[in-house]
Design a protein around this ligand. Structure first.
Ligand code: ZN
Length: 136
């Protein structure tokens, strides 16, 4: 008797394209993928920032952790963001943004969920609870 395995081993997750904000299915272990909608390359890697990181745009569909020693100066478009150090720049996150008590976040935040620990410093305009893909 042939059996059908109930679940595929290959996990697929869904990310929002950081360029066109369309949904893309990607393999769980993929590090980058080309968006089928706009044909641009998406970065899927998770980042842990422990030093000074200044770029014009910091874009990944993965999860970003800014450690206590980390200082990011960039416009951030990320999967999720955890701030234990400093972030200066507007943030758009597909997932949750967490600012810990040691964290400083200076910039506008657009995210479906925000968690702020007592003692955290936040300065900017917050738009929480909307999908980044949602219409303005
Ligand atoms: Zn795209």
């Amino acid at each position: 008797m042939p059996t059908i395995s109930p679940k595929h081993r290959v996990a697929v997750k869904q990310v929002l394209c950081t360029h066109c904000e369309q949904k893309c299915d990607v393999g769980h272990r993929a590090m980058s993928v080309v968006c089928p909608h706009c044909n641009k390359r998406l970065i899927l890697e998770d980042f842990k920032i422990t030093g000074y990181h200044a770029v014009r745009e910091f874009v990944t569909c993965g999860d970003v952790v800014v450690e206590k020693s980390g200082h990011v100066v960039a416009l951030c478009r990320v999967g999720s963001l955890a701030v234990k150090g400093k972030v200066q720049g507007d943030v758009t996150a597909r997932g949750r943004v967490s600012v810990y008590k040691t964290g400083l976040l200076k910039g506008d935040v657009r995210s479906p969920a925000l968690r702020v620990e007592s003692g955290a410093k936040l300065a900017g305009f917050l738009r929480i609870g909307e999908s980044p893909a949602g219409r303005e």
